[in-house]
Design a protein around this ligand. Sequence first.
Ligand code: G1P
Length: 273
Amino acid sequence: MIRKCLFPVAGYGTRFLPATKAVPKEMLPILTKPLMQYGVEEAMNAGMSTMAIVTGRSKKAIEDHFDINYEIEDQIKGTDKENYLIGIREVISKCTFSYTRQIQMKGLGHAILTGEPLIGNEPFAVILADDLCDNGSDDGVLAQMVKLYDKYKCSIVAIEEVNPSETKKYGIIDGTQIEDGIYRVHNMVEKPNPKDALTNLAIIGRYILTPDIFDIIRDTKPGKGGEIQITDTLMTQASIGNVIAYKFKGKRFDCGSVDGFVEATNYFYNQSK
Ligand code: G1P
């Protein structure tokens, strides 16, 4: 059983400046709900209730969001506006949130290692909240991956086919298809140029990781961009057949880009009508 979900949220969100000068990018809303809350709800939908958040300076709004705001509660008590808080109240009452700070930005692998004290020695999920996923009323992406973990008991990455010109934005995998949409990974490369890309199967921001990943990260040298890449550490597991890639069911929006953010906003707005 997977109980914990790690959220690396220390990144600066430079693509959304100036909006992200004082507001964490994970707190930008799609309609009225911040990206971070969508992520936490997806983890809850997958049966997780312990949220492990690797945070950084200027990210205090995330902690405040998953807490009670007594002043607002007092102001709207007994009015219709209380309905706006039903969702977040439920999240707060059902989950625990723990935080640790990433002092220096040394890559996603480093961020995940920073979360080790919050995770311990058990398999766990990772959500990158700026990849927003939706599968209507069916299982969310993480819930689909948890089912797969029960079967394969190894690390799992969610993938989707991207335009071959876009491989340099993603970790790219190559593998052998063992079931419809499920691959045993034998190679993976972080952000290759299109001409060097193994395939167009791109990792999106959902992972299930086995806890041996922490020792592997400690032994992994900086890769692309001088950062410790989770893709490189996963390659160590993949080399002994311990990584599965899963073409998930549902839609995914790259809300770290303005285009993806607007697309998600339109999509969720139309869904709400
Ligand atoms: C990270 C990972 C990359 C993955 C991507 C998914 O990159 O390093 O392998 O494909 O997330 O969103 P980032 O977008 O943080 O640069």
